[in-house]
Ligand binder design. Structure first.
Ligand code: NAD
Ligand code: TYD
Length: 342
């Protein structure tokens, strides 16, 4: 198997490349990444000389490059995206360009090369919009209507609809995954868990949005990677699969758990203005993954999984300090040049 992974220098993509290599050591993997602010080759620095791994610096919006890469791939797993809700509120432009136009470019390159290559589109539960916090039994299923609320989730929903349309119209072998909030090693410290953990290690307070009652369903990144691999190998063409951790926590519960793990007090919480349009609750019904693909989360249960992740950040200070200070970025910009988007 020659697998083309897009966005493999990001948080989930880099964990996925490691996960797949351990699970399928005979596979060859090409990682196409534009190295935006969140793409960091350091996440995979130890793989550079491995014969099964190739890094290609470039954009999913570069059709000429895609036409070179696509014939060598047997399947594509598409992670590349602008991924942070707060950034999409500040400027939605890059989200439309990468998440929608970039996905269209990939789909067209696939169509022009071989429509029988499997294309896994990695999406998010946020495309379903939000759930109420007072109805804990209600969860997102694959039948829940798409109703995104943020510019980020709207751009992901746009790409999901394009993927479904290319399956319907051109019979491309596509599958869509919709996962809840991930946590684990190598997550860019703008997302809440690494931001709060690293702030606390630095002696800074943690900015909790609004009343802190918003709920997210937290899944360990390795559970997500295992699920994406199952969908790649066994998912039915044209289908969408929900992936979750069965682990709902309010932001206040999450913050308290992090404080406790690091031995810090509640005085380190700084209550700040709420995020605009802040979705109240996400919760995933992933029974389809269990019934059809025999997958369920096994690494996401708290407090152990959270404690292990906090420990990773305490043991890998150089990594996140260099990310936060822009040290890696400066180095890789010199090596590879600025982001290419076409
Ligand atoms: P991330 O921001 O850490 O990584 C994104 C990667 O994509 C980076 O390496 C970046 O350089 C690359 N990239 C951006 N634009 C590109 C382009 N034009 N061409 C090639 N590469 C480009 O994001 P993440 O958290 O790892 O998320 C990966 C995927 O998973 C995204 O599609 C996201 O929507 C989805 N997802 C994330 C979560 C989560 O909790 N983080 C949950 C569900 C789904
Ligand atoms: P985030 O990690 O940005 O993921 P998403 O918006 O995709 O769910 O945020 C997770 C939750 O944490 C979300 O409800 C917003 C909240 N949050 C804060 O309270 N403070 C912060 O500084 C950040 C980044 C997020």
């Amino acid at each position: 198997m020659n697998l083309l992974v897009t966005g493999g220098c990001g948080f989930i993509g880099s964990n996925f490349i490691r996960f797949v290599h351990n699970a399928r050591p005979q596979w060859k993997i090409t990682n196409l990444d534009a190295l935006t602010y969140s793409g960091n080759p350091e996440n995979l620095a130890d793989l550079d000389s491995q014969p099964w791994y190739t890094f290609t610096h470039g954009s999913i919006n570069d059709r000429t490059l895609l036409d070179k890469l696509m014939p060598q791939a047997d399947a594509v797993v598409h992670f590349a995206a602008e991924s942070h809700v707060d950034r999409s509120i500040l400027d939605s432009g890059p989200f439309i360009q990468t998440n929608i136009v970039g996905t269209q470019c990939l789909l067209d390159a696939l169509r022009a090369n071989d429509i029988n290559k499997r294309f896994v589109h990695v999406s998010t539960d946020e495309v379903y919009g939000e759930l109420p916090i007072d109805k804990p039994d209600v969860k997102f299923t694959e039948q829940t209507p798409i109703a995104p609320n943020s510019p980020y989730s709207a751009s992901k929903a746009g790409s999901d609809l394009l993927v479904a349309a290319y399956h319907h119209t051109f019979s491309l072998d596509t599958v869509i995954t919709r996962c809840s909030n991930n946590f684990g090693p190598y997550q860019f410290p703008e997302k809440v868990i690494p931001l709060f953990v690293t702030n606390l290690i630095e002696g800074k307070k943690v900015p909790l949005y609004g009343d802190g009652q918003n709920i997210r369903d937290w899944i360990h990144v390795d559970d997500h990677c295992e699920a994406v691999l199952a969908v790649l190998e066994k998912g039915k063409p044209g289908q969408a699969y929900n992936i979750g951790g069965n682990n709902e926590q309010s932001n206040l519960q999450l913050t308290r758990a992090i404080l406790e793990t690091l031995g810090k007090g509640k005085d380190m919480i700084q209550h700040v203005e709420d995020r605009l349009g802040h979705d109240r609750r996400y919760a995933i019904d992933c029974s389809k993954m269990k019934q059809e693909l025999n997958w369920q989360p096994t690494r996401s249960a708290w407090p152990q999984a959270l404690e292990k992740t906090v420990q990773w950040y305490t043991e890998n200070e150089t990594w996140w300090r260099n990310v936060k200070s822009g040290q890696y970025r400066q180095y890789y910009q010199q090596q590879y040049g600025n982001r290419t988007t076409n």
